[in-house]
Write a protein that binds this ligand. Structure first.
Ligand code: NAD
Length: 472
């Protein structure tokens, strides 16, 4: 029987592994350490990479339908431990129970759905002279590095396609949120052969050791744009393949024909779910001047009504910031807004108990040049910006180094589609938000990413084409 409240181990070569030193894991709702995770040594990293490389030789030859069956079973195992993982998730990540349960369930189901995808085989000639086909083959041992905001699902986005394609993996969760993935690694020891999926943990110095490791064929990374650039630089030394899912500063555009009462709550949670720590959350809200005051006041009323607190307490809707580094950064952005005399509208009070809590804050029509508009806050501070001309607002939305996602709110779907085609982002939502699916590609444009996750395109990022010519 796996205990979920203690004994956190890495999974290396089919066995549990502890370490000489540990890293503290902090509950962000209290600011206090409540568990310890292993701090992987250099020797253990080498062991994990060697195990993944050895396992690759046999795993790639397992028929894809059998690999898929094991991934499907992995999904079931996660779903069977939904409640234990949900509790642990809230403790380490801070998100209230309902949203925590949603992520674990999504992760289990993501594995099951993605396991049904199959790579294509192209036949370019089948004649008396020759037969030519191109199939896709796996790459080898994959290095996977995940962030803390969706620590389980974003790891599964890597595990599912990589293993289905026939690769093996060494995965490192964020040092802020390692526990759920360590426990999932333990649970899956009975599902995959030794070495196919290794999960290790450690502080921020482990990531660079992994990306520089010559044993990996590919790096799949999700995190900030700044770190993504370092990952790409490190990968260049021996031309490892890379997929980078990075930061965003997503704009939402609200047209004058919306029903404000109908959309206000959807827009609010599109910005603030997970305490606004979502790569694809609305981070700049452009509102037409005809509906600006009404929408601002509705959003302010929701912000006042939403309970912010410990995610383990019943009735909590928004939890703390996930870690002290992020908490300090958002406080600093708020201070900058105050110093520049921007108008701030604060939501409900937050606990003052040493947890990383910041009230939901709306910024009332700041200048476009304000830091809170230009930078990815990744926390509960949202600038509302007034516009009158649609071409002008599209240009303002596109005037960003990022290009992850965007949203349009309108009473006219055709108009929404027309504007969507003009946005320079990998995903656009019209009258909805934050909807991502295993069968649909997710790709950051500009400095929001490099490559694709999910869908057939995401699977093929873990494979290379091999053309075979047969003379007849
Ligand atoms: P981060 O870049 O600080 O860390 C991400 C991961 O990289 C962690 O596991 C960390 O330990 C590791 N790491 C740190 N330094 C490293 C290095 N030099 N080499 C290799 N690995 C290293 O990001 P974060 O603060 O954990 O996450 C927040 C950021 O992630 C935000 O910018 C957010 O927009 C982005 N994000 C993007 C997506 C997406 O799919 N595009 C999804 C979620 C989060």
């Amino acid at each position: 029987m796996t205990a979920f409240d203690r004994d956190y181990h890495m999974s290396i070569n089919g066995k549990l592994a502890s370490s000489a030193t540990v890293i503290d894991v902090i509950n962000p709702a209290t600011g206090e350490a409540f568990a310890a995770a292993p701090d992987c040594s250099r020797e253990q990293l080498d062991e994990a990479v060697n195990a993944a490389r050895t396992a690759f030789r046999s795993w790639k030859r397992v028929p894809i339908d059998e690999r898929a069956a094991q991934l499907d079973k992995a999904g079931d195992v996660i779903l069977q431990h939904l409640e234990e993982l949900t509790r642990l998730f809230t403790q380490e990540q801070g998100r209230p129970t309902e949203g925590a349960r949603g992520e674990i369930a999504l992760a289990g189901n993501w594995l099951k759905t993605l396991s049904k995808v199959r790579p294509p085989v192209h036949v370019s000639e089948d004649s008396d002279q020759q037969f030519i086909e191109t199939r896709y083959v796996p790459l080898g041992a994959v290095c996977a590095i995940a962030p803390w905001n969706f620590p389980v699902n974003l790891a599964i986005w890597k595990i599912a396609p990589a293993l289905l394609a026939g690769n093996t993996m060494v995965l490192k969760p964020s040092p802020f949120t390692p526990l759920c993935m360590l426990k999932i690694g333990e649970l899956l020891l009975d599902v995959f052969p030794p070495g196919v999926l290794n999960i290790i943990s450690g502080d921020d110095s482990l990531g660079p050791q992994m990306t520089a490791h010559p044993g990996f064929a590919k790096i799949s990374f999700t995190g900030s744009t700044a770190t993504g650039k370092k990952v790409m630089e490190s990968a260049a030394k021996d031309l490892k393949r890379v997929t980078l899912e990075l930061g965003g500063n997503d704009a939402a555009i609200v047209l004058p024909d919306v029903d404000v009462d109908e959309v206000a709550e959807k827009i609010f949670f599109g910005a603030f779910f997970n305490t606004a720590q979502i790569c694809v959350a609305t981070k700049r809200l452009y509102v037409h001047e005809d509906v600006y005051d009404k929408l601002r006041d509705r959003l302010a009323a929701i912000a006042k009504a939403v309970k912010v607190g410990d995610g383990a307490d019943q009735g909590t809707v928004l939890g703390p910031l996930q870690n002290k580094r992020q908490y300090t950064r958002v406080l600093e952005l708020l201070e900058d807004a105050r110093q520049n005399n921007l108008t701030l509208i604060e939501g409900a009070d937050v606990p003052g108990n040493g947890g990383y809590f910041i009230p939901v804050t709306l910024v009332d029509n700041p200048p476009e040049s304000a830091r809170v508009v230009q930078e990815e806050a990744f926390g509960p501070i949202l600038p509302l910006l007034k516009f009158s001309d649609i071409d002008d607002v599209i240009a303002r939305a596109n005037d960003s180094e990022y290009g992850l996602a965007g949203a349009i709110w309108t009473g006219d779907p055709e108009r929404g589609l027309e504007i969507a085609r003009q946005l320079e982002t990998g995903t656009v939502w019209i009258n909805q938000n934050l909807n991502l699916r295993p069968d649909t590609p997710f790709a950051g444009h500009k400095q929001s990413g490099f490559g694709v996750e999910n869908g057939m395109e995401g699977l093929l990022e873990f494979m290379v084409p091999q053309a075979v010519y047969l003379a007849r």
